[in-house]
Design a protein. Structure first.
Length: 307
């Protein structure tokens, strides 16, 4: 439980969620009706995003833009060929993994050297495009959840999602064999999960194992945040921006609590618990990203040496 003396104003100022009425995180829909409407809206937006991304995804049946690179990278992983890549390997490993489950013939890589080269009839280029399109559609749906998590109105959250779904640049990048959609998906997952983690932490004092349900949800959101951050950075180096953004706010949540309130006896215990909780989140959220980076480099070297 939150233990504060009546009439005592909280000193835990949070610039991202601060409002004059309350400095806590926005609460989720509380009534069954609002929760049902929230779920229905989410499902409809997800279905719309899937339709837009997957409609006519087989067209054109030739290499478009940077497919000339990323499709080849995927095939070179299948062949166990070493190649120099300026980006981390997760995106290309995912493309290669999807290709390995289809009829893609990696020996045809020599025929895919220029934009406009037609895919062979035996090479299933549609499935890799579809997986990338699905990742983009889920990203749009996560944008809706993130907007609502920030306390934005449902109408505005829907508008934000529609702008992402129908943005021409997003659509083009999300319907070709490129890694950007994976980058955006993991970014969206990291941001939404981090917001959910912080909101969950603010619901009660941080007391390990005092509430099994609360503790399991805390671990769930922490793991998802870590996976999102790690995989964002493992797709492209630019993903470090998400780690820095979430990490900076986590530092604020940890050390921003060191206000004059800590001197006051009635706030000392709670502040110490909050700091312990934030430090635990910081430590736990650092392990998976490091593990993921090592994992991807190991998988890449193993794949390249398997010829």
């Amino acid at each position: 439980k939150m233990s504060r003396k009546a009439g005592h104003k909280s000193m835990n100022f949070d610039p991202l969620f601060y409002s004059k009425k309350d400095d806590s995180l926005p609460s989720e829909p509380s009534t069954p009706k609002s929760q049902r409407g929230h779920l229905i809206t989410f499902i409809l937006l997800l279905l719309l995003a899937l339709f837009v991304r997957l409609h006519n995804i087989s067209n054109p049946d030739m290499l478009v833009f940077d497919e000339v690179w990323f499709a080849r990278f995927g095939m070179e992983y299948l062949r166990g060929e070493y190649f120099f890549d300026i980006h981390p390997p997760l995106g290309k490993l995912t493309i290669g993994g999807v290709m390995s489950l289809t009829t893609f013939n990696a020996s045809n890589f020599k025929d895919y050297t220029q934009i406009g080269n037609k895919y062979h009839a035996e090479d299933d280029y549609v499935t890799p495009r579809a997986v990338i399109g699905i990742a983009s559609a889920v990203t749009a749906a996560l944008a809706y959840l993130t907007a609502e998590r920030l306390g934005i109105s449902r109408a505005s959250s829907i508008l934000i999602t529609l702008l992402i779904i129908f943005d021409g640049c997003f659509h083009v990048m999300a319907t070709k064999i490129l890694t950007d959609s994976f980058l955006w998906f993991y970014q969206a997952l990291a941001v939404y999960s981090a917001l959910s983690l912080w909101q969950h932490e603010d619901q009660q004092d941080w007391v390990p194992f005092s509430n099994k349900g609360w503790w399991l949800r805390w671990v769930w959101w922490l793991v998802l945040t870590s996976v999102g951050m790690a995989n964002t950075f493992s797709v492209k180096w630019t993903g470090i921006g998400v780690i820095l953004a979430i990490g900076s706010r986590q530092i604020w949540r940890t050390f921003g609590k060191l206000t004059p309130a800590i001197v006051e006896n009635e706030e000392r215990e709670k502040t110490e618990k909050d700091i312990k909780g934030s430090l635990s989140s910081s430590f736990g959220g650092s392990i998976l990203p490091l593990f993921s980076i090592v994992r991807d480099q190991w998988a890449r070297k193993k794949k390249n040496s398997s010829e």
